[in-house]
Design a protein around this ligand. Sequence first.
Ligand code: NAI
Length: 787
Amino acid sequence: MSVAEIMQSMDYGPAPEGTTEAEAWLERHGRRFGCFIDGTFETPGSTLDSHNPARDEKLAEITQATQSDVERAVAAARKAQPAWARLGSGRARPLYALARVVQRQARLLAVLETLDNGKPIRESRDIDVPLVARHFYHHAGWAQLLEDEFPGQQALGVAGQIIPWNFPLLMLAWKLAPALATGNTVVLKPAEYTSLTALLFAELAHRAGLPAGVVNVVTGDGAVGELIVEHPGIDKIAFTGSTEVGRRIREKTAGTGKRLTLELGGKSPFIVFDDADLDSAVEGLVDAIWFNQGQVCCAGSRLLVQESVAEPLIAKLKARMAKLQLGDPLDKGTDIGAIVAPGQLARIQGLVQTGIDEGGEMWQPDLPCPAGNFYPPTLFTGVQPAATIAQEEIFGPVLVATSFRTPGEAIELANNTRYGLAASVWSESINLALEVAPKLVCGVVWVNATNLFDAACGFGGRRESGFGREGGHEGLGEYLRPAWDLGRKAYVETKIASERPLLEPDLGLDRTPKLYIGGAQKRPDSGYSQAVLDPKGVLLGEVGAGSRKDVREAVEAARKAAAWSRATPHNRAQVIYYLAENLEARRAEFGARIAAQTGVSRRAARAEVRASVERLFAAAAWADKFEGAVHQPPLRGVTLALNEPHGVVAVVCPDEAPLLATVSLLGPALAAGNRVILVPSEPHPLSATDLYQVLDTSDVPGGAVNIVTGRRQDLAPVLAAHAEIDALWYFGPAELGAELERLAAGNLKPTWIETRRRDWRQRHQGEGREFMGRASQVKNIWIPYGE
Ligand code: NAI
């Protein structure tokens, strides 16, 4: 045999990573683990088995935590919190120590992760663990800078964090690092399949000097997760996992005042244009869908390929798939390891069968596939966009391919999903890629790349992929609140309903302001109007009694007004300045109206108008200054963090400060590029209806602002439940707030529900970054460069 022949026929020999240290650690604990509370392992209670899915061997037993375990963990976290928060920038040192400990113990952590989860050692060693260390380093720096960079902000308190099994240690880092950097303490629940690295981490962290009670780990299944979600001593829930459980958590936390971030499922498009480098795109696909066996929330699981290159791309892809190594996750040559558990394998098999039954063409390379929890790389072609496997998250190594003709069609197909987590765009034309990226409804876009992560770049989704961001500047905000937040008074229901009967349709109704929809006044569908009384009960006027049908029309008008969201910030600023000027020109009339409705002195009413004009000027000023960032993650490339509008935002205004509160909310919502459906103060709606003419004369395009007057109790729930509304803001009594938050779980719209009063006159409570942040969400666009 010649050397050339040997080079051709040579196969990889096995190269398994040793497990001695990991096995020794398990043995030291007798392969039985209690929860880790207040700095120590507790005695194990009743236990669940934790398996090595690659060998179907039991690795250890973990405790199914009880109510009293969760109680103790929360109590420990609560006790430790004030001192931890008081450390201030002193928290940086223990966080650096955590980063170092992860680096020092990288091999042990990687091996244990692979044993417990089944992911290839190459991934746990080269991706997961280094990213964990990077996360703690980065956030140690934030702890150092927090007081300067987030002035006037403080920790929420105790965070309950629930994580999944696909990246056990990395998700732990994503959760712990920002919570700890901002002075919160934590009760963390790892997934029942993969709790071991969290327990090891807790032990290592405390050995490295983390104070007792700062991080507590309770183990067990979803029931333990529920105990955390329901615990009144917890101030925030951060959850990563399935959309189904995320929605349940939204419903359970509704009205509790707990802050919430949800990082849920996805069905992310991987778009290949005809000018893409196809070989790179194929390598990208390997990372997109066969990384971690496709058990990745942001996996590029939907290949959308331009028709003219579909054939060569699929041919190259099949050739590449036939070279993937499937097998022992501990082997350094393995590309695809084990599926996490038999249940997950069955789910993948079931969905693949559905794909075949629905007419998709399934292809798998002829690879040796070990028995047990393994599944070969799989490609479906000829799949209709509406097919189950094109819509459902499979969470396995299964790629579903569809072709498209034009960029417009690609965007439409990409957005044709209930999810909105990530997307990958492949084109050698920077113009095309950056034209497409902002049009994709998702939180992360990778240009000519995929599955890149970094602590400095926020991560999170839209729509049913959840809300909130983890990582980066925006991720820290999820764990902070303004110091003035404490000690606010609750909103109470203004007693008006019984005193203000609906008025019969009046043919001479023209005095009555109608609703404002799509830039025109419109009679309410009910034909009824509602009386507006002054504080003494004297009739001041009437407003339209809006109903469900009016809300639907307003939503339609707002959806059509998408041009406002695409307008340049400069243009939006100009319109809002104009609005402010036109309001100022009518200040006497607006002042008189406020005084008549609310009974405040004329002086106070004039002050409210002045403040409202200022507020609009401030919103206009912010329109082109609430800018994103350019991150420089550790790769050759940049990440653009763009602030994007939600889309259509429903704003249910508070009863008080009828003009000032309204414009304080409307201004930033518009400035950020949202279209708005506004329900004005119920007792004092005339300040909002007087705005119709101001809006008309200020070049605000029709549909950008829609105002529906009527009973808050009737209108707000319709808005909260509406699937075409992208975010909901509500300022009012707690009972209705809780109902709205529950209803908003339907399409998982982000909510800003405030049931305690602000002083709208105070600038720090009524304008600024907080408002612009609420009005937008960050999209991170990754642009690697170089040949
Ligand atoms: P899951 O959502 O049930 O589990 C995630 C975490 O939530 C685990 O720690 C679990 O114990 C906990 N949990 C379960 N029920 C809970 C409840 N009612 N309240 C509080 N916590 C609860 O995900 P599962 O069942 O492991 O996987 C099912 C599917 O979910 C997967 O096939 C995949 O499609 C999707 N998934 C998505 C993930 C993502 O990162 N987006 C991660 C894991 C699963």
